[in-house]
Design a protein around this ligand. Structure first.
Ligand code: NAI
Ligand code: MG
Length: 486
């Protein structure tokens, strides 16, 4: 049964409002492409209202600015309790609008709840330093919220990424305008309602749905926005960095794409490596920024591995994402569906050997079989571009030195992994590979506690971990005259 759609308007100043233009856009379920709801379509005029609300909420003596940091933490904890209360509903709504399979969706809900609790706990632990400056003075630092934050979300993890960006901003004492992805506008609205129920004062968090080129661009150009945090494509990440310097100087955090390498050494435990390699790229139909889309397998086990990988992919259960036993659901929309199928065609044309999948499933919705290509060469299109779909490309290599060299031969640098039973291999790889997140004998292991972000074109700054909050703070240095001799 389809989950109830409770909210479709814009959320500004803790009120539900229509777009100024009166426009709406349709949102779909990727299971069969049918319309779920019409959602208010915000543009520059609505962004202006939302930013004004967030600016007023951030004014010097506002309720939010005067609130004890511990109280901000308690509000976030209450928010975690409410998300927990509505866990089943939110998870179903995410599955319905996004195609995230139910089993994974509930797991991500639990991760989101832990993330909120972790960030809630940081709210009253923002501390400066006392510094023994030279001469007759004494210095301390204050860490203060940067101001109004524009938080631009992608469609691949709408709840997880909303929670992460919004709660980091709130723990820091900032206010926010959220622009969800146009493909998945619904769960952000449901979460906004829970923030208000938890006691977040009006104007502190506003949600404006709409398109990237209109609403998103207006947010990134707005002179009253102090910071942008964005997750999405490299292409738009670069536009955002330009926009951020166009009038005022916005702080920017970018979490972008990847073409992450996973190395399987001859000495790896194949009972572990085969399923991990598959899950690393097929998880959420390949729509994961850290997807292991370049799988390098050492020559000694290559043929055996390819056969096992093909067999594994063929055994993955495809179906309606709402069915809790489904392992593989649809791509998010028609655009991504066509884009992924075009990459598969390109792979075949350029000479990669198709070992599994490669076709659409059924004739409604956006389902694509888990696909395995062997004999992939580094200069093929599928070896270079982020596919963001269920396509495993397997490369052959001889030495670890060669694998590191080839792994680094990309403008991306998000994640990387290695399966090996040799400690030296693991440590040398971890040291020399150019990526922000390295996994050894595991993959996709993540949580709120450890930094997450990319080298090179995969991003700017880090999210998660205690220091993630620094990206939402300014450091103020205060020096006071204090004679040494008393
Ligand atoms: P996108 O980067 O265009 O969209 C992400 C967000 O940015 C959406 O909210 C969108 O409305 C907004 N946006 C788009 N243009 C904007 C602009 N000019 N100014 C401000 N905001 C703007 O990503 P899209 O088109 O959905 O996917 C394209 C490719 O990006 C995918 O095939 C995939 O390779 C990659 N991608 C990576 C993600 C990640 O997790 N790192 C998430 C989503 C997509
Ligand atoms: Mg785009």
């Amino acid at each position: 049964m389809a989950p109830e759609i409770k909210y479709t308007k814009l959320f500004i100043n803790n009120e539900w409002v229509d777009a100024k233009s009166g426009k709406t856009f349709e949102t779909y379920t990727p299971h069969d492409g049918s319309t779920i709801a019409k959602v208010a379509e915000g543009d520059k005029a609505d962004i202006d209202l939302a930013v004004a609300a967030a600016k007023a909420a951030f004014a010097r003596n506002s309720e939010w600015r005067l609130m004890d940091a511990s109280q901000r933490g308690r509000i976030l904890t209450k928010f975690a309790d409410l998300v927990s209360r509505d866990r089943a509903y939110l998870s179903q709504l995410e599955t319905y609008n996004n195609g995230l399979v139910a089993g994974f969706s509930t797991m991500l809900m639990d991760m989101a709840i832990s993330n909120i609790r972790y960030l809630a706990s940081l709210a009253d632990k923002i501390q400066g330093d006392t510094i023994p400056t030279d001469g007759d003075s004494f210095t301390y630092t204050l860490k203060q919220p940067v101001g109004v934050c524009g938080l631009i979300l992608p469609w691949n993890g709408p709840i997880a990424i909303f929670v992460n960006k919004v709660c980091t901003a709130l723990a820091a004492g900032c206010t926010a305008v959220v622009k969800p992805a146009e493909q998945t506008p619904l769960t952000a609205l449901a979460l906004a309602a829970l923030l208000a129920e938890a006691g977040v004062p009006k104007g502190v968090v506003n949600v404006v749905n709409g398109y990237g080129e209109t609403a998103g661009a207006a947010l990134t150009h707005h002179p009253d926005v102090a910071k942008i945090s964005f997750t999405g494509s490299v292409e738009v990440g670069k536009l955002i960095q330009q926009a951020a310097g166009a009038n005022n100087l916005k702080r920017v955090t970018l979490e972008l794409g990847g073409k992450s390498p996973l190395i399987i050494m001859d000495d790896a435990d194949l009972n572990l490596a085969v399923p991990y390699a598959a899950n690393s790229v097929f998880c959420h139909q390949g729509q994961v920024c850290v997807a292991a889309s370049r799988l390098f397998v050492q020559a000694g086990i290559y043929d055996k591995f390819v056969e096992a990988a093909a067999k594994y992919a063929q055994g993955i259960k495809i179906g309606n994402p709402a069915d809790p036993t489904t392992q593989h659901g649809p791509q998010v929309d028609d655009v991504m569906f066509k884009k992924v199928l075009a990459y598969i065609e390109k792979g075949k044309q350029e000479g990669a050997v198709l070992k599994a999948g490669g076709k659409r499933v059924g004739n409604s919705g956006y389902y694509i079989e888990p696909t395995v290509f062997a004999n992939v060469k580094d200069d093929m299109t599928i070896a270079k571009e982020e596919i963001f779909g269920p396509v495993q490309s397997i490369f052959k290599f001889d030495t670890l030195e060669e694998a590191i060299e080839r792994a680094n031969n990309t403008s991306y640098g998000l994640a990387a992994g290695i399966f090996t039973s040799n400690l030296n291999n693991a440590l040398q790889f971890s040291k020399h590979v150019e990526a922000g997140i390295i996994w050894v004998n595991t993959y996709l292991a993540m949580g709120p506690h450890a930094p997450f972000g990319g080298f090179k074109d995969s991003g700017l700054g880090r999210e998660n971990g205690m220091k993630s909050i620094d990206a939402y703070l300014e450091v103020k240095t205060v020096t006071i005259s204090l004679p040494k001799k008393f």
